[in-house]
Design a protein around this ligand. Structure first.
Ligand code: SF4
Length: 477
């Protein structure tokens, strides 16, 4: 099948429109300044966009032009741009850049042959600067453009340079300026270098997938309900490095609720915020690096409610509620009562307030309440109940609240299906607790009293690693 390049690019361009704009394009649009585009492009090599954006901002605050950059020492530049990839080498390039630009009257040149004479500027950077800063014909071929063009069979080349030369001959002019932005976003989000997501790719029907090994997807079981997952990830930024995005795609639940994100959305990567096929919603604590919850949802909810209307709890980013046509999902991260039960009063107030909140919503439709409740309800729910009777997470007042909650009719869905001991969702990082299964069951999916019939299955996914908790799941009809 001959490659229909126009159709492929048009579809992919539409697909990546919702993705974040690459940082270099953003700086070009915001500043219209070739100097800043050149510097940001040098910084962006082998560096995530969000890191490049912050480093550029710090550097441009002190050195917005060639003259002021010339006044900075290499060491000062290095400190300003850290932690971009190869920051020491890049500090050296930027330190030499003002002098090198004098050969062009102090201005950034727009010709490829001139640009490549500047320190730290190779063909890729030169093409990007020419196209983004000057809107002049250039094809910036990086690893994504080279790779995807070969996968599509539009070129048959060994190196990015060969690809650039071939594209110059055969790619219609109108795509030259934009092809890099489009395929970089697509290569980072869908057509990844390892295990591309052909299963959700919008050009799957057109792509010959040359040399590609698509990821294995477990066949989706036919079910008559939504699959929900809840997981205390203990820091979403650390979890991203352990493969969170791929895990979401592989498990592919309808709703994925997470707790203890420990991050504000602006600290997160585009890959994390925009997992293809999902909408994401975040509630962060005022205090940075603390608490926080989020929900990924395939279906767009009718409304999203952050908090429960009580500032003392809401400023800790503990509750996020999504309303769907036929139920509310409440995702909650309950406070820890803390060593010596120092925070037990705060925790119990939160528990009672959340119970009231759930009751109010349950008057309208079904309520699913999930999250890290930070309490093991009964002796069967932890390895060493006797030793922990006075400890946070199993103290009498905490258990009594859980008694009260379930006596009011709320259903601990896991125990509807499994009455076995040693079924845990949290293990201390100490004493090899997970290997020895010395754990606690403190993560739950509960439903309101009227929704028992809608609960079709509930499980613990103990095999999923990465956090000190494991995920729990609910099949809800
Ligand atoms: S079908 Fe697969 S290989 Fe082809 S473009 Fe899409 S993700 Fe890439």
């Amino acid at each position: 099948m001959p490659t229909n390049i126009e159709q492929l690019i048009e579809i992919v361009a539409r697909e990546v429109k919702s993705y974040q704009t690459p940082v270099v394009d953003l700086i070009a649009v915001q500043t219209k300044d070739p100097f800043k585009v050149l510097v940001a492009t040098i910084l962006s090599a082998r560096t995530k966009d969000e890191v490049t954006a912050k480093a550029s901002e710090r550097l441009f605050t002190v050195a917005p032009d060639r003259q002021s950059l010339g006044l900075l020492s290499e060491d000062a530049i290095s400190k300003l741009i850290y932690p971009v990839g190869f920051y020491k080498a890049k500090a050296g390039y930027l330190n030499r850049l003002p002098e090198a630009l004098t050969a062009f009257g102090g201005e950034v040149p727009d010709a490829i042959d001139d640009l490549v004479t500047l320190p730290g500027v190779g063909r890729k950077t030169a093409n990007l600067v020419r196209s983004v800063a000057f809107a002049k014909p250039a094809i910036c071929v990086d690893t994504h453009v080279h790779r995807i063009m070969n996968i599509w069979g539009y070129v048959e080349t060994k190196t990015p340079l060969e690809t650039e030369m071939t594209l110059r001959e055969q790619l219609p002019d109108r795509y030259w300026l934009t092809i890099n932005s489009i395929l970089v976003a697509f290569g980072q989000g869908t057509c990844k270098p390892v295990s591309p997501h052909c299963d959700i790719c919008p050009v799957e029907h057109l792509c010959p997938k040359l040399g590609v090994k698509p990821r294995k997807i477990a066949p989706k079981k036919r079910t008559s309900g939504r699959t929900l997952i809840s997981w205390n990830v203990n820091g979403i930024r650390a979890m991203e490095k352990k493969g969170f995005v791929d895990l979401v795609r592989d498990l592919s639940p309808d709703i994925f609720a997470i707790q203890e994100t420990k991050a504000h959305p602006e600290q997160l990567s585009n890959e994390l915020l925009n997992i293809p096929g999902y909408n994401s919603f975040w509630a962060a604590a005022m205090r940075k690096g603390y608490s926080g919850v989020a929900v990924y949802s395939k279906e767009k909810p009718r409304q999203v409610i952050s908090g429960i209307g009580l500032p003392a709890f809401d400023q800790e980013g503990r509750v996020l509620t999504l309303e769907y046509e036929d139920f509310f999902l409440i995702n909650a991260y309950f406070p820890n009562a803390q060593h010596g039960l120092l925070r037990i009063d705060f925790k119990l107030e939160f528990n009672h307030a959340l119970h009231r909140f759930a009751n109010t919503l349950a008057q309208q439709k079904s309520v699913v309440l999930c999250g890290d409740f930070n309490v093991a309800h009964k002796a069967i729910d932890l390895k060493n109940p006797k030793e922990n009777e006075e400890n946070p997470g199993y103290s009498l007042p905490e258990r009594q609240w859980m008694d009260e909650f379930t006596s009011a009719g709320y259903i601990d869905t896991f125990r509807e299906f499994n009455q076995e001991p040693e079924q845990y969702t949290w293990w201390s990082y100490r004493v090899n607790a997970r290997q020895r299964n010395i754990g606690w069951r403190i993560d739950y999916f509960c439903v309101d009293p009227s929704s028992r019939k809608r609960v079709k299955d509930a499980r613990i996914l103990a095999e999923v690693m990465g956090s000190d908790h494991c995920p729990v799941t609910l099949l809800f009809a």
